[in-house]
Write a protein that binds this ligand. Structure first.
Ligand code: NIG
Ligand code: FE
Length: 399
């Protein structure tokens, strides 16, 4: 790719190759009236006019959003369940009654690998246009070895069709399949870890009321670690089970959701290297409480943001809306929210060395905004505020 440049009135970005925790999440670098020179990577950020084609003059540039928690690829919708919940039914009761995740499992089992690809690519294109430059995608709607592998294979195919970076995660332990005990199914999965290893380095598990117990998660995740996986947990979302504490104990990369964590859990997370992943659009979509992001940051935790885009608990995939909720509901500053949704979420996915900030040497992954200030982004949720997204140097137009 030939080097090119844009001229921007402002660049706002966290810096570094590692996470930022606690109050450091607030400190961003700001450059004014600079050229960003790039091919697949950022080559220079300079006041000097570069000797290359200047493609655009723009107002504001930030790093691309790294959405470190999505449930792509899924198949089919659960709009009836959404209406049921709106009229008073609870997410966990629908799950326990065999609906919820199990409904999507039946749809995913029926779908072919190509069906999964075709169904999910349009959602990813929407996300790219709205500023997302990398997503995580999880299996978890197969609930048997064959169908879990099908989801991971579909993710691999999706990767060939879209420019966005994709980090796959094996979430075989997303629900307990009908007719099997937790122990029986987890054993089956653990015995097949080598098959999943061909597709991903991450193992995730849903530890909660209606899903897996802390006791079973402990041995399952220990085995995953022994087999060389990094581990993540859906933790303390529906009930306080001690899943976040387990994640810290086992050195998990992240504990996600955390709506029900205690003061004690906050201290544990804050003194660890385990990232607290907040997904306020799920709280919003379910009409549930919000995770204690403010307390986590004030206690020194590493906090990241993700969408949790999935067909059940959250059908929202718009990063500017997540950004809005991070500020309005999680009480994060715009600076903290930006760090959480770029550098720290890149860290969760193991790519902060090369992504997550606008810096020389990193991938040319950034968002060019129509608005002028960072605060304008959370202020204008779901407006058409992205001018274009750049992924590995390629311009993705928002039109
Ligand atoms: O992260 N909490 C568990 N898993 C998903 C929901 C998946 C679904 O309902 O299909 C979540 O919210
Ligand atoms: Fe999730």
């Amino acid at each position: 790719m030939k080097p090119r440049a844009i001229f921007t009135k402002k660049v706002v970005t966290p810096t570094g190759k590692n996470y930022r925790r606690g109050k450091d999440m607030n400190s961003l670098a700001m450059y004014e009236d600079v050229y960003i020179v790039y091919d697949e990577k950022i080559l220079d950020i300079t006041k000097e006019a570069p000797g290359v084609n200047v493609q655009a003059q723009v107002n504001l540039v930030t790093p691309g959003f790294v959405d470190c928690h999505t449930h792509i690829p899924f198949y089919g919708f659960r709009s009836k369940e959404f209406i049921m919940r709106s009229q008073g039914a609870k997410y966990v009761d629908i799950l326990k009654a065999g609906g919820g995740i199990h409904y999507t499992v039946s749809k995913v089992r029926e779908a072919s690998e190509n069906d999964l690809v075709d169904f999910n690519v349009p959602f990813i294109r929407e996300m790219m246009k709205r500023g997302v430059t990398r997503i995580e995608g999880k299996s978890g709607y197969g609930l048997d070895v064959e169908n879990e592998l099908k989801q991971l294979k579909a993710l691999k195919k999706i990767k060939e069709k879209v420019s966005v970076g994709i980090t796959p995660t094996f979430l075989g332990a997303h629900a307990v399949p009908k007719g099997k005990s937790q122990e029986e199914y987890l054993n089956e999965l653990a015995e097949s870890f080598d098959k999943f290893k061909d597709y991903t380095n991450f193992v995730d598990i849903f530890v909660d009321d209606g899903a897996y117990s802390v006791e079973n998660a402990r041995w399952y995740l220990k085995k995953a670690k022994e087999d060389g996986f990094k581990i993540r947990l859906h933790a303390d979302e529906i009930a306080r089970t001690g899943a976040a504490a387990l994640g810290v104990e086992l050195g998990a990369v992240s504990v996600d959701h955390l709506l029900k964590i205690t003061e004690e859990d906050i201290k544990l997370i804050a003194s660890s290297e385990t990232v607290a992943v907040m997904m306020p659009s799920t709280s919003f979509y379910l009409g549930e409480e919000y995770a204690p992001a403010r307390k986590l940051i004030d206690s020194g935790a590493i906090v990241a943001l993700g969408s949790d885009f999935n067909p059940g608990s959250n059908a929202i995939n718009d990063p500017t809306f997540v950004f809005h909720l991070a500020v309005s509901k999680l009480k994060m500053t715009p600076e903290e929210a930006l760090t959480a949704f770029t550098l720290n979420s890149a860290y969760v996915l193991g790519v902060s060395e090369s992504e997550g900030s606008v810096e020389v040497g990193k991938s040319a992954n950034f968002v060019v905004w129509k608005v002028k200030e960072l605060e304008d982004i959370p202020y204008l949720p779901s407006h058409d505020v992205v001018d274009f997204t750049v992924i590995k140097g390629e311009m993705i137009k928002n039109s």
